[in-house]
Design a protein around this ligand. Sequence first.
Ligand code: ADP
Ligand code: MG
Length: 434
Amino acid sequence: MSFNGLHQMKNLKAKKRRVKVKEFNRLFWNISHTKNGFSPTKNRIFYVIHPLRSKSNQVHEFFYIRADSSSSYKLHLFLCRTFARKQRMSDKRTEISDLGEFGLIEHLTKPFTMHHSSSLLGVGDDAAVIDIGGDDALVVSTDLLTEGIHFNLMYMPLKHLGYKSVAVNVSDICAMNATPTQITVSISVSNRFPLEALEELYEGIRLACDHYKVDLVGGDTSSSYSGLGISITAIGTVKKDKITYRSGAKEYDLLVVTGDLGAAYMGLQVLEREKEVFRANPNVQPELDGHDYIIERQLKPEARQDIIGFLAELDVLPTSMIDISDGLASEVLHLCKASNVGCHVYDEKLPVDAKTAMTAIDFNLDPNTCALNGGEDYELLFTIKQDDFDKIKGNPHMTVIGHITNAQDGIYYIDKNGSIITLRAQGWKHFDAE
Ligand code: ADP
Ligand code: MG
């Protein structure tokens, strides 16, 4: 397609409108089955993919424009036919939920090969690792938070959201045993948000930058049709011989977790409950008394940057490490898969705060199930050699919850009765069919 063609199309007064893929297919079907493809009637409405707008090949957004001259009409015809061919070639449709989040990532990224020897590690860990010469490496990680999926602005203040979006990225950098240094922040915003709202968001981002000592060095801004999206990329540095990959766990290593688990999940349950009460009767004040700790763990989690310092002071280099964003069970499975090992995790060892446990019981939930499967703790899960046990013994920030076995032994959870259960992840499943 000629560049001129694109300009012509831009110059037409195009009215933007969203149509569902299904609706588009139906409309397109009707158009493409009229006699001779298209009727060249002036002022006829055509649906075309706008090539400048469609950054990816997803066919979600279209322009409908009036064909008001023969030259612009030709352009439409060309575009639509291209699309028609593509459609026929790919009749197959696979639901993303069939693959799951991690299956999807693996499927999409498998065909890629590295072009640079400086790309020490690509997809598959908490952050990519890039050789910058000398003893140091850069680590890079990105996280995307989407309104309605990762946060609900009914109870998530924008300042907290700004803080949290930085914290979750810093957490991935910490999981590599690295020190975060810079972030970029990209936002997509609908016109529902005034300037003041974005100022709040950025105030939270600024507070987190000060807290974690990272510099905001760029980003991108776009409008959106539906709500708010925030994508942050964090960069950090680490000595090459101190990097902790997910893949380094060895048989007989001890499995250690920091802080306590399940609190963020229970905080979310309380917030969701109060949201429903508020929906039913906006005059009722939310009952959040006594839930400060768990609500803070949900709304303003902290990355465990302090642990990186403690480990260095204790002279402990974990053999592997991952941060807990999707729930302990899910992360144990990732770590074991990456390291090609098995493990035993002991129910009685899981660190659960008393307030989390009490709230879980109120909700008729088993506290340890929340610790295992509740997400967003942003604690660190790591393995250490048995010889290092004395260095962390009694440390209030670290709890040994199990040990590593060989891969053939499998990945097991030992419950309160001593029964051995295969460990499964029931963490977040964003791609489940609705
Ligand atoms: P985390 O939970 O630590 O943020 P994720 O589970 O989001 O990690 O991602 C696992 C790995 O897959 C990471 O290496 C990440 O960079 C990579 N990844 C995730 N989504 C994509 C994508 N759309 N394209 C390429 N790589 C991706
Ligand atoms: Mg992570």
